[in-house]
Design a protein around this ligand. Structure first.
Ligand SMILES: Cc1cc2nc3c(=O)[nH]c(=O)nc-3n(C[C@H](O)[C@H](O)[C@H](O)COP(=O)(O)OP(=O)(O)OC[C@H]3O[C@@H](n4cnc5c(N)ncnc54)[C@H](O)[C@@H]3O)c2cc1C
Length: 396
């Protein structure tokens, strides 16, 4: 086992951290002022600076303007970027674009790559991934997919209702999951389509108001009314929608964990600083055992989460499906990040609740992490299936 971080990755991590501290964190004070957290001008300015610093898009191959780092190598880099929720945006490695770029890089035709991937990789556009539907459609159970694409001559005609398509308002294009063959099980009969967002038949109804919002493009409710797309709009092949999505979701879950570890680490640092400076009952707060235990538990959970991320990244990078490990990692990191933030607020008392510190904003935003990319209960179901299978049993 070798846990050492290569020198070039250490160097990039250090420079990303410095960039986030000096250039990005100052924007946090204004995050509530803008519907997207940042103005388009500020975002473009930050991205230009990140390019000039040679730290833009660490996860992308060099031919797409990135740094060409592997999944294992991006672990500390994404954590450093994630020390601010604005950091991954500045570096063009934020959700959902980062996962969408990964998907397109794996499966887009040269024409699709030219049209959709290149501008997205350059940070000139944004994208949305439209999978989840309101009841009775697909949520935790993707087999409940209701959106239909029906053949009409050389075209496909799509009708359906999606919601929580992150980033859709102002995006250049959507990636849509729709059933193309209702006569086979959904996981074999669904297909992914790419479409410019200004195509006729796409109706963005609203940004769904959420706790911890101000994410670029919001989380949108969308209806498709007779959206007509050519066969060339299909990503991969007809019927491959779920297989392709699995390739996107494994690494995307892990990159969420990396970024949120950055926020949780910073929360621990803020709490520790407050605990060493603030006095109560004759000593600094850090002198009281109950505070020490909170700090110790947070540091321990962060360490365990990092190891789980590193191990799962290693498994995926070496061609393993790592389904169970990535579920374990998602559950553990999503839940421990929420606990670390909760403890940090408790340690900082009223100041923790205030907007003078970023903790309360992060706390609101982190709650959704236990739901998106698979709710904790669903990942526990996946883990339990494997555990029970090992003993010859079955879980429905
Ligand atoms: C901030 C945010 C951003 C998102 N971005 C996107 C996006 O860009 N694109 C997209 O397509 N979707 C997106 N989603 C949707 C997300 O993927 C879904 O919310 C998630 O898959 C759960 O589906 P659901 O909300 O319909 O929950 P439901 O399926 O209605 O489930 C509700 C709850 O039931 C419980 N549950 C479900 N199944 C089980 C089970 N087997 N055993 C026990 N309990 C269970 C869980 O606690 C779950 O939270 C986003 C969601 C949020 C909150």
């Amino acid at each position: 086992m070798d846990f050492s971080v290569p020198a070039h990755v250490q160097d990039i991590t250090r420079r990303v951290r410095q960039f986030v501290d000096l250039e990005v964190i100052p924007f946090e004070a204004h995050v509530d002022e803008h519907i997207d957290g940042l103005t388009p001008e500020s975002l473009a300015d930050l991205r230009a600076k990140a390019k000039a610093e040679g730290i833009f898009a660490p996860q992308l191959p060099k031919e797409l303007g990135g740094l060409g780092l592997t999944l294992e190598e991006i672990v500390p880099v994404f954590e450093a970027a994630g020390r601010s929720t604005l950091g991954p945006l500045a570096l063009n490695c934020s959700a959902p674009d980062e996962g969408n770029m990964h998907l397109l890089h794996m499966f887009a035709t040269p024409e699709q790559a030219e049209h959709y991937l290149k501008p997205l990789a350059a940070g000139e556009t944004r994208s949305g991934f439209a999978m989840t539907e309101p009841a009775p459609g697909a949520g935790s159970d993707p087999n409940m997919l209701q959106t239909r694409a029906v053949r009409d001559g050389d075209d496909w005609v799509i009708n359906g209702h999606k919601w929580f398509t992150s980033g859709a308002d102002g995006a250049a294009f959507l990636i849509i999951m729709a059933v193309t063959n209702p006569d086979v099980p959904t996981h074999k009969g669904a297909t992914i389509f790419l479409t410019p967002i200004d195509s006729q038949g796409i109706d963005i109804i609203r940004r769904v108001p959420i706790m911890g919002g101000n994410d670029p493009g919001g989380h949108c409710e969308i209806k498709f009314h007779d959206l007509r797309l050519p066969n060339s709009a299909i990503l991969g092949e007809e019927g491959q929608g779920f297989a392709l999505t699995q390739k996107r979701l494994g690494p995307a879950r892990l990159t969420h964990c990396m970024r949120w570890t950055g926020i949780a680490q910073r929360a621990l640092e803020i709490a520790t600083q407050y605990a060493t400076e603030r006095e109560a009952f004759g000593s600094a707060l850090s002198g009281h055992q109950s505070i020490q235990w909170m700090l110790a538990d947070s540091a321990t959970e962060l360490h365990a989460g990092r190891l789980m991320i590193q191990h799962t990244a290693w498994l995926l990078a070496n061609g393993n499906d790592a389904r169970q490990e990535s579920s374990m990692c998602k559950v553990f990191v999503a839940e421990s990040v929420n606990k670390v933030l909760d403890r940090a607020i408790q340690i900082c008392g009223a100041k923790g609740i205030s907007r003078d510190l970023p903790l309360s904003r992060w706390f609101e935003a982190a709650r959704a992490f236990r739901i998106y990319d698979g709710a904790s209960e669903v990942h526990r179901m996946v883990i339990a299936r494997q555990v029970v299978k090992q003993f010859g049993g079955q879980v429905s």
